[in-house]
Design a protein around this ligand. Sequence first.
Ligand SMILES: [Zn+2]
Length: 429
Amino acid sequence: MNFINRLSKSNVAEPLLQRFLRYVSIWTTSDSVAADKGIQPSTEQQRIFAEMLAKELKSIGVFDVTVTNHAYVCARIPATAGLEKAPSICFLAHMDTVEGVEGQNVMPLVHKKYDGSVINLKGNIKLDPAEDIYLANSVGDTIITSDGTTLLGADDKAGIAIIMTGIDEIISKNIPHGQIEIVFSPDEETGHGMDNVPLDWFQSAQCYTFDGGQAGEIEIECFNAYKAEIQFKGISKHTGTARPDMVNAVSMASSFVQMLPHTERPETTDGKQGFYAPMEISGHIENAKVVLFLRDFETDGMQKRINVVKQLAATIEAQYSGGSANVKITQQYLNMLQKIQKQPLVADILKQALKNVGLEPIFHPIRGGTDGSRLTELGLPTPNVFTGGHNFHSKSEWASLSQMVCAEETMIELVKLWATKKIKLFLLS
Ligand SMILES: [Zn+2]
């Protein structure tokens, strides 16, 4: 891979690595139960990390830095002389790591000049290049893993290290730039990452998240996401004398789940296929509930899925005479593609930035949503950029230093391109 060679020539590789190692060792696991109750940050550890990042930003010469009550780090760097009219751009990464995989006491291991062999970690965790093409392609690279007892936290501390190092380089080398904004956010993994984002604070009309995978991958498209809650109402009767009056809501709920198309589940789909994901089933004879996530890249595909859910509920209602099935649909987030396409420069400049650092842009549809998709919906088109992290949300998570370097170089290119594209932008607007 062409990007591994540049590791030895890069003067940001070492500071980037040191920052990354420092960040991953800080415990910032988020808590979805607290986040669902509206508590933000969902864990106090995230606030400690936020304060630490704010302090570090100040130490590298960023003076306009605040940590909000909800632990968002918001920083603004004024344009250099002569570029005050260039468009302002924002960079975003999240501070929390996912719950469900141990995130405390992360002990990162640095595998310098990776030799292509199987990496054995504690607890029988194996990273096998025979099963991981990206790892197989990383011979000679510097690879970072956990010791096997925790996740690594490259998701998304790689993003934070990349942005922090990029800012450090811009300031220390006096690289001309328009206004730059930086946001480090809490609770992305709980789905509440943008709940309290200070929208009024932003002066940028475009943003880039650094929260992705393999070098070259950029994400401007994600699922449309809806939640369906189906409430089944039955009729309770003593089981000994139930015939013929009982209508069992538990049976209704389970029949409903069984009728969903088996080939359209999360575990039987990939790429651009959508799905129905039963997330929760609960209840008793009188009342039962099914929570279903609906995902589809296309708007009309999503409408079809909603119709299918309603039809199936009606079928169940007809089969269980006396019972009822009520469907409630709520929107979770929307595919960001359409809104990003309305301001094509945001993605065009990103593509150019990748080319300038010698990477071929790979458009990777996100089978989920990100803070970027929420932010896009809120009015700031926000594509997602790779960070060089792999196997997110697992103890076999690993990061590639050369790919992190590429991401940092991409960030610098974005800054340069937005600073020089200003005239074209003004003509377009
Ligand atoms: Zn992430």
